[in-house]
Design a protein around this ligand. Structure first.
Ligand code: HSE
Length: 315
């Protein structure tokens, strides 16, 4: 039976996970964006945005959810148009994979309206075009885990090859989002164009170790490998209080701490829910003390399922 309208949820993500710039990411349980997509007779895509956050593009062509839906409507030559409602529950420029979550939620919803829906992994190229619109770079380290869940390694971009890392869910992830904006485009513009071989060797040692730590549920190894000597030093200065927040997290027992995505969110790794709460408090207090900035806190294990359909109506 054909679906008339579909509602989806796509989770936030921690991308890079320290050393894995553009190649590593995990999905967490919340926050996340939702999209309601319905068929309509007129062609094209309409967009309504429901949000408490500023600066979310309202024009379907400039909004990631609208853009991804339009690309799919064109690609599959749909004989109908799509009305989209985006429930935007995280701010833009947060380091939580906000644009990816909008794109993923939209792609999954439109997919369910197709006469022959395609597989989740095949939706990824559409979502990456949304990422290109949002920041100029079709990076997949937020999009893949938000769509597929779990931990993802982008083994190659050309051709695109995403490897799901099997994970043991013994690790607790603490994400502290200071109410500030760092545009991904800007945070990418401060990065070096070349990297000394010695730094690359150090970094890929940590990426390998992190992958093993995730797969074996070894929180200590994961924490030790959350060391980013290439990207973090450049981006730290875009986040007021970052050094103090990281010191506070490590002092409170975090096994590792770095910037989530392109910031300003900062994440830590903990080995128990109790430790996670203490680390979150220390990080929030440090942001307040040093930068006078208020924070949202998310404590989560890895979300294994990624984006999902939360409601469907048939004709
Ligand atoms: N890998 C991307 C970056 C993630 O660090 O720019 C952006 O959310």
């Amino acid at each position: 039976m054909k679906a008339r309208s579909v509602k989806t949820f796509a989770p936030a993500t921690i991308s890079n996970i320290g050393p894995g710039f553009d190649v590593l990411g995990i999905a967490i349980n919340r926050p996340g964006d939702s999209v309601l997509a319905g068929r309509r007779r007129e062609s094209g895509v309409s967009l309504t945005v429901k949000t408490n956050y500023p600066n979310v593009p309202l024009d379907a062509r400039r909004n990631v959810a609208g853009h991804v839906a339009s690309l799919m409507v064109e690609e599959f030559k749909l004989p109908f148009g799509v009305d989209l409602v985006l429930y935007k529950r995280m701010p833009i420029g947060s380091g939580l994979g906000s644009s990816a979550a909008s794109g993923v939620a939209s792609a999954l919803a439109v997919n369910a309206l197709l006469p022959k829906p395609i597989s989740k992994p095949d939706l990824l190229p559409f979502v990456l075009e949304g990422e290109r619109l949002a920041c100029g770079a079709p990076h997949a380290d937020n999009a893949a885990p938000s769509l597929l869940g779990g931990a993802c390694l982008i083994r190659s971009y050309n051709p695109l090859d995403v490897v799901s890392i099997p994970t043991v869910s013994s690790i607790i992830w603490v994400v502290v989002h200071p109410c500030l904006t760092v545009e991904t485009r800007k945070a990418r513009s401060v990065l070096p164009k070349t990297v000394p071989l010695r730094s690359a060797v150090h970094q890929w040692g940590n990426v390998g170790g992190l992958t093993v730590g995730l797969a074996t549920g070894n929180a200590r190894l994961v924490g030790k490998c959350i060391e980013d000597i290439i990207i973090e030093p450049r981006r730290a200065r875009l986040i007021p209080g970052f050094r103090a927040v990281k010191d506070a997290a490590l002092h409170a027992g975090a096994l590792g701490c770095s910037i989530s995505g392109s910031g300003p969110s900062v994440f830590s790794v903990a080995s128990s829910p109790r430790a996670a709460r203490a680390i979150a408090t220390a990080m929030v207090n440090a942001f307040l003390r040093v930068a006078s900035v208020r924070c949202d806190v998310y404590i989560s294990r890895i979300n294994q399922n990624g984006a999902r359909i939360s409601g469907i109506q048939h004709r």
